[in-house]
Design a protein around this ligand. Sequence first.
Ligand code: ATP
Ligand code: MG
Length: 264
Amino acid sequence: MTNTPHAMIELKNVRKTFGEFIAVEDLSFSVAEGEIVALLGRTGAGKSTVLNLVMGTLRVDSGSIRVADADPYHDFRALRGRIAVSFQTDRLLPWRTAVENAELGLLILGVKKAEARRRALDWLARVKLTGAEDKYVHELSGGMRQRVSLARALAVDPKIIFLDESFSQLDHVTAKTLRTDFLRIAKEYGKTCLFVTHRIADAIEIADRALILTKGARIALLETITEESRNDAGALTALHDRIAAAMGGADDDDEEDDREAATP
Ligand SMILES: Nc1ncnc2c1ncn2[C@@H]1O[C@H](COP(=O)(O)OP(=O)(O)OP(=O)(O)O)[C@@H](O)[C@H]1O
Ligand SMILES: [Mg+2]
């Protein structure tokens, strides 16, 4: 009927309460195939709750969610191997080496050992970890650990990637190169991505669209981020200011980071 890209993630009138508390009031949005969408908002806005609903680890009170044409809560098994998750901490297993961690998802999905090893090594190379394959977790820096975690997530060739502030514990330079690499990979392989952050600069750098949530996961602002607005200092500042205003003013830390990022 239309040539709108296929929605890979779709929420319609989603409501989620915890007892009397309304965490998500009435949320509708969709993410197209291959699109990267950032969920922004201050602490308690409901970002992680929304992500958990979309991942199927929480169940909606009412409304509906479709992820790759499945209900993520009820058809959890249908989504096995099609979604990947990367969290704030790397969640690696300390008694396994980098490559043994990277191949874990594949082994769980039943991929044969030799094939899993080959694919894990490929992905370690793509996230620039050649030479570190046989190092144990304690021998890796925080940034390298995040790269192993990303390699593990991407090795299963998921259609959709969920990230919850995966880059926020790293220093600026490490976080920036990791974001750049992640974006390159996500775009190159046409991954659909929904990622949670409270940092405006992260969203502007990576996302095609930014969804700013306030209390009750109400949409305060929806911004489409273009390459032009990233490259034009004036447009970038204006975009940053609109998002900050929608969030109710940025945190001090973030403002500092964002000013840095906004300086061409
Ligand atoms: N299991 C739960 N039981 C009760 N209340 C909850 C539960 N999970 C979340 N909440 C509440 O729902 C609101 C939204 O929480 P959520 O974790 O989604 O926020 P967030 O936007 O991810 O915040 P942050 O930036 O701090 O991670 C908060 O007020 C929180 O206290
Ligand atoms: Mg959260």
